[in-house]
Design a protein around this ligand. Structure first.
Ligand code: ADP
Length: 501
């Protein structure tokens, strides 16, 4: 019998991820979660994927990490600077993570900003990181096929590949730039060019320059072989003046090279049936544990322990982007007009924090609040709440609503970005959906939509139950997204080859 033809497996690629955050080592937002999961999924597809990240003061070097014996020489404009490289693995995988140690730049605990605002030397810190990722390859004697740069901090990586590295072996590497949040761009003074060791020729409007300043993200977007962002809807929205933050024209210019790929979630870390951070496990077939999680969470946050009242959770950075100023304004009216509770975990804008503090003081059995970052409580709020509020003004992808869906907490979301791509509005006639969706970022729209959810909870409990089961059946796994990223890398490599012929 003739042997069956095996389908041709795609070539294994060498991919270097360059990022300012990697979960579980350091996390400010969803970007860190992506770096904690996507590389593992790519490694499962057979790629040789590695990560570079700064060694911030908050990251403890562990006994089993190894220091690369030679110093890392980082070639900047004024000469060389030195760093030390620590190597470890992404937990639960064989993916190497290289931490760049440089006390002056990265010794501070927080990645971007301290108590007094952004670190004043962010321009040099992240130029150093971008350059270090290139020079690291020489130290490792490892030439990636693709550099994958994440957000503004490493926007200079594609610029280096197209300029100082063009005639070196690294110049053959493709680059992919991923936008996790277009609002942050890294806008600095022109003289950073000299520090970076980049030629003056890149300081023009079709490269790094924006209104007389140097814009790191813009440079990355012009120079990258391909661009991705974290949801298909956000990929369209950022090409409009309303959501383009001044770079919409660049993104329209590069529209043929731009694709939105939805983030996944780590289904092992986020599984209510075996989550050690929950007081009781549960699943869509066995929801008794969810009732226990709700009671425990109500108790933990000082809310009245009432199974019959719906709890709306919030796990978020507290900023206008998230629409939480709107929630802060309507909170007193919500909890006095409706028999409901709100459980908030987050920190951020002082005025928004204060509006929640006031409501928690005025209505202690109805508004539970924890200001700060707390991974365990985040899991318990997803597990213990009945709904999750995300009235975001814009949301590139959003992970919280995906965790909430998996934990049977129905998202109440504005139809924007990744929220529009992941939450299906409740259709009362067909009895379909996974949450409650509204259009306008206004007090009235949010109030009315929460009112609709509360009415559904009390008046149609069987419909609520079906929504919960539908929500929990959603799978946003990384395997599918990793396959699409693989195709983008292939696509980027052939574009690069064509450009260098
Ligand atoms: P963004 O990246 O814009 O902050 P995402 O929804 O993509 O928003 O990701 C937020 C991530 O951070 C989620 O994993 C969420 O659970 C987590 N998170 C946000 N605030 C807190 C907090 N205060 N404590 C614990 N986890 C938090």
């Amino acid at each position: 019998m003739p042997e069956r033809q095996q389908p041709e497996s795609p070539p294994r690629l060498k991919i270097l991820m360059v990022a300012p955050e990697v979960a579980p080592f350091v996390k400010v937002g969803g970007l860190a979660d992506v770096l904690g999961s996507l590389p593992k999924a790519l490694a499962r597809l057979g790629h040789d994927v590695r990560i570079v990240c700064p060694l911030y003061g908050s990251i403890q070097v562990q006994d089993h990490w190894t220091a690369i014996p030679q110093p890392l020489i980082v070639n900047l404009g004024f000469g060389a600077m030195y760093g030390r490289v620590w190597e470890t693995r992404l937990p639960g995988s064989s993916v190497p993570v290289y931490f760049i140690e440089h006390g002056q730049y990265f010794g501070r605990p927080q990645p971007y900003a301290g108590p007094w605002g952004d670190h004043v030397d962010n321009d040099q810190r992240f130029t150093f990181l971008s350059r270090a990722s290139i020079d690291l390859c020489g130290l490792l004697q490892w030439t990636p096929d693709v550099f994958h740069a994440h957000d503004w901090t490493v926007g200079l990586v594609p610029v280096y590949l197209n300029t100082t590295e063009w005639d070196t072996p690294l110049g053959g590497a493709a680059s992919v730039m991923t936008i996790h949040n277009l609002q942050f761009q890294g806008i600095f003074r022109r003289d950073l060019l000299a520090y970076a060791g980049l030629p003056d020729s890149v300081f023009h409007p079709e490269s790094l320059e924006a209104m007389g300043h140097l814009n790191m993200l813009k440079g990355g977007l012009y120079h990258a072989s391909k661009i991705t962002t974290v949801s298909p809807t956000y990929a369209r929205e950022i090409q409009t003046p309303e959501q383009g933050y001044g770079l919409n024209h660049v993104l329209r210019y590069r529209a043929a090279d731009l694709i939105g790929i939805l983030n996944g979630i780590d289904l092992d870390d986020w599984d209510p049936a075996k989550d050690p951070l929950l007081p009781e496990p549960f699943s869509s077939g066995e929801l008794a544990g969810k009732a226990a999680c709700k009671a425990a969470m109500q108790g933990e946050l000082g809310l009245a322990v009432r199974p019959e009242a719906p709890v709306f959770g919030v796990v978020s950075r507290l900023y206008d982007q998230k629409g939480l100023d709107i929630l802060g304004r309507i909170l007193p009216r919500l909890v006095t007009k409706m028999d409901m509770q709100v459980a908030v975990l987050g920190s951020g804008d002082a005025a928004i924090e204060q509006s929640f503090r006031q409501a928690a003081t005025d209505y202690p059995d109805k508004v539970g609040l924890h200001i700060g970052y707390n991974e365990g409580l985040a899991h318990r709020i997803y597990g213990g709440s009945d709904a999750l509020l995300m009235p975001s003004r814009f949301e590139p992808c959003g992970l919280s609503q995906m965790y909430a869906l998996r934990y049977g907490s129905l998202p109440v979301v504005r139809r924007t970005g990744g929220l529009a791509d992941t939450v299906v509005n409740f259709d009362e006639v067909r009895d379909t959906g996974t949450g409650f969706v509204f259009e306008d970022a206004t007090d009235t729209a949010l109030f009315n939509t929460i009112g609709w959810a509360v009415a559904t909870w009390y008046d149609r409990p069987e419909a609520w139950g079906r929504l919960v089961r539908q929500a929990m059946a959603q799978t946003f796994d990384w395997e599918r997204s990793a396959l699409i990223y693989s195709q983008v890398y292939e696509w980027a490599c052939s574009a690069r080859r064509a450009r260098r012929l």
